[in-house]
Design a protein around this ligand. Structure first.
Ligand code: PLP
Length: 318
């Protein structure tokens, strides 16, 4: 299925009344450090703390009245769960969420807080998709996938649409990548609004399936990645997201967990913003010098801010 800029624009109309138009943040320190003009899109300030609200609300608002009445089910390690739970609450759609038993505590608590029913599973030996599909069949629920769906990724693309509307044309756009919903949606928006913009996906080094797929020209799967970037612990891109990434994305780079942590604390201190490890992927790549950005206008998506502060503090080295 083809997804184009019109889909992103229509998604934007649907979500405008409920999603925040997050600001654009700049930092003289970051500009000096990189030699670039950097524009951050802080989706950690989005409702429920991540861009995923955009896609989930766009998807749920297009369900039929019957589908809305029966309810939805989603499987997620966290932010998609909260996004579906909150969207369900706002639209009056009952939500059931399949979450791993080891999901971050903040994310579990928030999902329940939005009124969703949480069904736990063991990520090491159970298949969350199968559990969700079984629940869907038994209870007549609609499955809301985390990334590989045209309504989800069109919603995610509204983040880049807003950013470029606010900044004007960019030379480079850096986007975190897990299953590729955010990256494919943002690439569609960026190539339409700023055709010369290079769009680069950023993955954790331990979860570089997207980079491998991109280089190989075919979908490559890896084992469950071991990384602190829990929102990008995906084993492969989706069929649809991969097709769109091949069409619209220019390159991939990776960052290590140590690099993510270093720059996560840097943004806390210098910009006073809390960004979760997955949300730091794109910023870390830029700050670590993995992209030649000197003299360029660079957009950076900070994709979310739901980090357990006790955990983060425990990773701070004196
Ligand atoms: C889900 C998520 C991602 C990855 O998004 P995909 O659409 O799966 O690529 C990145 N950052 C955060 C904070 C997320 O929650």
């Amino acid at each position: 299925m083809e997804v184009d800029f019109d889909d992103v624009a229509r998604a934007h109309e649907r979500i405008k009344g409920e999603a925040h138009r997050t600001p654009v943040l700049t930092s003289a320190t970051v500009d000096a450090l990189t030699g670039a003009t950097v524009f951050f899109k802080p989706e950690n300030l989005q409702r429920m703390g991540a861009f995923k609200f955009r896609g989930a609300y766009n998807a749920l608002s297009q369900l039929s009245p019957e589908q809305k009445r029966m309810g939805v089910v989603a499987f997620s390690s966290g932010n998609h769960a909260q996004a579906v739970a909150l969207s369900g609450k706002l639209l009056g759609v009952p939500a059931t969420i399949v979450m791993p038993t080891d999901a971050p505590q903040v994310k579990l608590a928030a999902t329940r807080g939005y009124g969703a029913e949480v069904v736990s599973y063991d990520a090491s030996n159970e298949d969350r998709q199968k559990i969700a599909e079984k629940l869907a069949a038994e209870r007549g629920l609609t499955v809301i996938p985390p990334f590989d769906h045209p309504h989800i990724l069109a919603g995610q693309g509204t983040a880049a649409k807003e950013l470029i509307e606010d900044t004007g044309p960019l030379d480079i756009l850096l986007v975190p990548c897990g299953g590729g919903g955010l990256l494919s949606g943002c690439a569609i928006a960026a190539k339409h609004l700023s055709p010369g913009c290079r769009v680069i996906g950023v993955e954790p080094a331990a979860g570089d399936d997207g980079l491998r797929s991109f280089r190989a020209g075919k979908l490559v799967s890896i084992g469950l990645p071991d990384t602190i970037a829990d929102g990008a612990r995906t084993m492969s891109l989706g069929k649809l997201t991969f097709a769109l990434i091949r069409k619209h994305v220019d390159d991939f780079v990776t960052v290590t967990d140590a690099e993510i942590l270093k720059w996560m604390f840097f943004l806390w201190e210098r910009m006073k913003i809390v960004v979760e490890p997955t949300g730091m992927l794109a910023a870390s790549a830029l700050l670590e010098g993995k992209i030649s950005a000197k003299g360029k206008r660079v957009g950076v998506v900070l994709s979310g801010g739901n980090v357990d502060l006790k955990w983060a503090a425990s990773r701070l080295r004196a």
